[in-house]
Design a protein around this ligand. Sequence first.
Ligand code: PGA
Length: 249
Amino acid sequence: MRRKLAAGNWKMHGLTDSLSQIDSLAAAHPAPRVDILICPPAPLIERAFRRASGHAIAIGGQDCQTARSGAHTGDISAAMLKDAGASHVILGHSERRADHGETDEVVRAKARTALAEDLIVIICLGESRAQRESGTTLDIISQQMAGSIPDDITPDRVVIAYEPVWAIGTGLTPTPGQIEEVHGHIRAHLTERFGLQTAEAIRLLYGGSVKAANAAEIFAIANVDGALVGGASLTAEEFSPIITALEAS
Ligand code: PGA
């Protein structure tokens, strides 16, 4: 059985005041039946980790450098994330692919570095609107998986997040059938590449406009093992019912 994961990606939102959301989440979910993860912006990671300590909330980063250390002004290494208390890192988010030109090759290199630091990596994939409309979604997903996922993986250290670019922050979501098709495709790709046992142990998250109102429907879809949530993870009030829906699924 794959343990489900509710992951919150705060993106470039959050100042000191936002840390109180972690207290509220912890109070609302003292003994969750799913994994809960918050990925705050880097300056909050260590404080978020301290606030979450003693509670069932893990803390993660939103990116790391390909290199383990060196002359890379402004960048953050996987070891630094780990040192600050992070246990996870999101890699290859479409906003990083768009804003920073991250290719599949870069994402794979980052994943290797993060895995070497013992972080759990959440590798993000997803098609653009034009790719969805031209019917190439599954090809794009295959290409991104082949390029972004390292060959030597341990299943419990890798999570895949399917996030259609056109669904992120837009209020639009694919139909349940579309999500099921892509998640089934991802599972099949993983099975072909890594074998059934490894593939069955890897958690697949859906991300893109997940809210309390649509969470239960999304979590009922085959091969959806949780969600990567942006906007609705910023407050405990909005994130908590999503966690509860995942526990009930
Ligand atoms: P959203 O973002 O929930 O705000 O659509 C999801 C994500 O980008 O991870």
